[in-house]
Design a protein around this ligand. Structure first.
Ligand SMILES: [Zn+2]
Length: 330
């Protein structure tokens, strides 16, 4: 998943609402809310990009939807209640039809327009191409995981401590591997550098806030809202770290080489040990991927990184015999 922040050249343009549906081989591309010639250009560009990245595993990928708002489309398909007017560029989701998993890519309309090659703005096109590459890498990763644990992906529900640590470990892995696989289409001084700077500023801005929130939670354990806030902050930090590690490992560079300031900030923060653990564990998981993965316990040590970071911040996750989660705040 990537967010719509920096690439937004068409934000003020409006187009007539005409829907177009095109099929490329087994891939159906549905373009909503765009005039026909733009829709055809986007579909042609996507066809070209899919040919460039043909070496990725794109089985089960049979639909692209291009629309004004990615979350609205997800809500329709998944019957979820995600916020409207989202700033998400693109998202890969799965659906189950007649016991079979299908993979879909939903693209924001404004982002999809940047996939049309534009000689005048090579920079914008290259950025869009990298984002698209990242999403196709998610599809590649989904296919590998579906091959290994399809049944568990459909039925597994985590409980107790695992309900906090495992879903996050799964997200961290998928963003890590998507950036690792797609790192060849970015330069160290663009997306990777921005990701390093983002992690550094999150650690600075959230560091103090997290301490205060944890103190509030300590004095009133019924403040579930405060815990949810802490959980969100921790998830953001770990996810950004996973993105960054994907780039570093994919480009085979150290954080010091990319951004020594970010390295210094991590080193001085309470995230330092968790960062080192994630670095090691993601490398080990990648070394085993995909053929030596056999079940969801592959995420166990990465999930432990989350447990460890909570503990480092003063919250010990615990569960009772009936797998109900509780906390000890130090
Ligand atoms: Zn992603």
């Amino acid at each position: 998943m990537l967010l719509l922040n920096s690439i937004n050249p068409y934000a003020k343009n409006t187009y007539n609402c005409v829907g177009v549906c095109m099929t490329i081989k087994y891939l159906n591309i549905k373009v909503k809310d765009l005039e026909e010639n733009k829709s055809i250009s986007i579909s042609d560009s996507i066809k070209h990009l899919i040919e460039i990245f043909h070496f990725l595993d794109l089985r089960r990928f049979d639909q692209i939807i291009i629309s004004n708002d990615v979350n609205i489309e997800i809500n329709k398909i998944k019957k979820s209640k995600l916020n409207k007017n989202s700033s998400i560029y693109a998202k890969v989701i799965t659906t189950i039809i007649k016991d079979k998993i299908h993979i879909l890519l939903i693209l924001n309309k404004i982002f999809a327009l940047t996939l049309i090659k534009n000689e005048k703005d090579e920079f914008m096109y290259k950025n869009a191409l990298h984002v698209f590459h990242h999403e196709l890498a998610h599809i590649h990763d989904y296919n590998k995981k579906i091959d290994i644990f399809e049944k568990q992906m459909i039925s597994e529900r985590y409980s107790g401590m695992q309900a906090i640590t495992f879903p996050l470990a799964e997200i961290c892995w998928s963003e890590y591997i998507a950036n690792y696989v797609s790192s060849s289409s970015t330069k160290a001084n663009s997306f990777p550098l921005v990701t390093a700077q983002t992690l550094a500023s999150l650690l600075i801005s959230m560091g103090k806030e997290l301490k205060i929130k944890i103190m509030v939670f300590k004095s009133n354990k019924d403040r579930k809202d405060v815990f949810d806030d802490v959980k969100k902050d921790i998830e953001k930090i770990l996810k950004t770290a996973a993105y960054l590690l994907g780039y570093l490992h994919g480009l085979n560079i150290t954080l010091g080489e990319l951004c020594d300031k970010a390295e210094y900030i991590i080193d001085k923060s309470s995230f330092k040990d968790t960062w080192a653990m994630m670095n090691d564990e993601l490398s080990i998981m990648r070394g085993l991927y995909p053929y030596a993965w056999d079940n969801l316990s592959i995420y166990k040590k990465l999930a432990n990184c989350t447990f460890f970071y909570y503990k480092r911040l003063g919250i010990i996750l615990k569960e009772n015999e009936s797998k109900e989660l509780y906390f000890v705040v130090m």
